[in-house]
Design a protein. Sequence first.
Length: 133
Amino acid sequence: MVFKKKKNDQVDTNKKVPVEKKIDIKKLSLFITIVNQGQADAIAQIFKREGVAAQFISSGTGTAQKEVLDILGIENNNKEIVMSLIKEESIPEIKKELSAYFIISKRNNGVGFSVPMSSIIGLKIYQFLTNTI
């Protein structure tokens, strides 16, 4: 006597597993740091030590009027902006590192803040941004 399996009794080997089960997905934030000109490389090194994969450095100029700069004795208001994509769980450690950097010298001035990202389209893009490829 021969028994045959019915179609609905067969094991489905092509069952899709959700991405969340395959990869540990963490929330990301865009951390923006604005520093005086010439300090962006040091800031980028802090983020690199924390495992940040994607950073962008841009130059900028302060918005104060010339009269205000003259009163305050500021000759150069050129800035550099460091934009880094980081995991939200890394924010406290990065804030601590940045605070230590700014305390070392009076010349080390800057401001930093993070903006949570609500979504990223594409698994490969997420893996690239989190350095998990």
